[in-house]
Design a protein around this ligand. Sequence first.
Ligand SMILES: [Zn+2]
Length: 463
Amino acid sequence: MVATSRALAIEHVTLIDGRGGPPLADATVVFRDGRVQHAGAAARLPIPQDSERLDGRGRWLIPGLVDLHVHVTNCGAESLSLWLANGITTVRDIGGNAEWLVQLRGELASGERTGPRLFTHGPMIDGAPSGFRQAAQMGGAPTFERMWAEVDGPDAAVAEVDRLLAAGVDGLKLYQLLPLEPLQAILRHVDGRIPVTGHLTRTRASDAIAAGINCLEHNFVTPYNDVCRPEDRTPDGSGWQVPGFILRVHEGWARADLDAPYVQAFIEQVVVSGVYYDPTMMWGTNALALEETEEQGERYLSPTMRRRREMQAEAARRAGRPPGPVQVGDDALLRASAERQTEFVSRLIAAGAAVMAGTDVGALPGIAGYSLHRELRWLVRLGMTPKQATETATRRAAEALRRADDQGTLAPGQRADAVLLDADPLADIRNTRRIHRVFKDGTAYDPAALLAEYERETAAATS
Ligand SMILES: [Zn+2]
């Protein structure tokens, strides 16, 4: 780690500044006091006398990456350095204990802890009884405390929002069993002060967009009742906690008619409203698995994640289910479902929807940091160019966080969050993994050193 208030000059680098223009060859980028001071053609920029200099020849510089959907609680605070080692300089936590996350946000901002910048949406605001409570009563795996909140009606919903605003959250997350009325009451009460996202099932995504929600999570479930055939819609009160729900949704996707007028109308609504759409392709598409298993970082499974898997296996044993992910449906069904889901996201991208990059790491399979590179690969497979995918996880993510005036590009004045790559990400999106250095607020990190330290610390914690 090189903490310095001196300037750092990266010379002769190919600059992809995230603003949409073509890459700039032989650029010089100067960071000072945590901000971009200069970024431009090398010949035109004088290097400040006091600069530390870093040779960028044969390398590419992109803005720091953002994962818009993580659960730090599930991954464990020990995973924070994994995000940084993978070039992710900002994460948005959308489900955890608000007080703990606000404290963590401060420790990361002050440098007391090494890791990405943290935005928190506090706990998942669910209807009553919450799907988490129902799952626990049915003998499912326990969830960590206070990752979710139950609200029974609009008044309770507004009171919970006031509690979270007082705690200092950056946004809100509405959850699967929240009915339309409290959802509308929350959005009216928030009145645009902070962004609101939703993992929805009971309330239709189209109704939530009409009520003013800012972002949608999970292509597998949230748009499902707007996209499936009317006779395949899920009944009120059902969600992942209900046995048979996941299978039913796969069957509905497999039968969905994406040319139906109501699907076209929904796509149009998503595009025109400008709602951010975070598909988290990790959920529901296992049948079309991306192949590079050795690059998924499984060796960095955190002690907290390992403990969680053990608790889930134990809960499965008690319930008489096989351990590991519950298998639903046959391969042909899962493949047909996954193909229809991916086709739907492709159509959203082609129509110009604000499709984003989030992974749900901690709740879905995957390892902190590694999972985002996989999601970027998905976005390219679904129709984005590598340049669009890179901008999605940088500038457009900053827009979704309402911080585009502060971070997300390498323009002068912006936060000095960047990733120096050994290979061209615009030639192949998998090159976002070829990381030479990561910069957060102008501080340089060597990913190999971060990973070595992570392995030492987690080995000590588990021995
Ligand atoms: Zn989640």
